[in-house]
Design a protein around this ligand. Structure first.
Ligand code: SF4
Length: 88
């Protein structure tokens, strides 16, 4: 794994809760899920062209690398992943 590789399991939970963030709410198809999410495959239908906010590594580099170390940032995000999986 390269230094900048987020351990995403492609569970789809963040794509199903875009309404929870002001930065992603514009993607909401009406039920909290992103309009580009495929409910069957649990994958992004515009993956190669997804917005910067969905590109964990790129978003970190551009906006957050001066605030957090990568490892700490990953840890924080994984905690959010768990909360989303728990339905919190
Ligand atoms: S654009 Fe793709 S990666 Fe971003 S929230 Fe929607 S389905 Fe998920």
């Amino acid at each position: 794994m390269s230094k900048l590789s987020f351990p995403c399991t492609a569970c789809g939970q963040c794509c199903k809760k875009v309404n929870l963030s002001e930065q992603t709410d514009y993607l909401n198809r009406g039920d909290g899920t992103c309009r580009h999410f495929d409910d069957n495959s649990l994958l992004c239908t515009i993956y190669e062209y997804r917005p910067l906010i969905c590109r964990v590594e790129d978003y970190y580099e551009k906006h957050l690398s001066h605030l957090y170390e990568w490892d700490g940032f990953v840890k924080m995000n994984l905690e959010v992943c768990e909360q989303l999986k728990d339905g919190k």
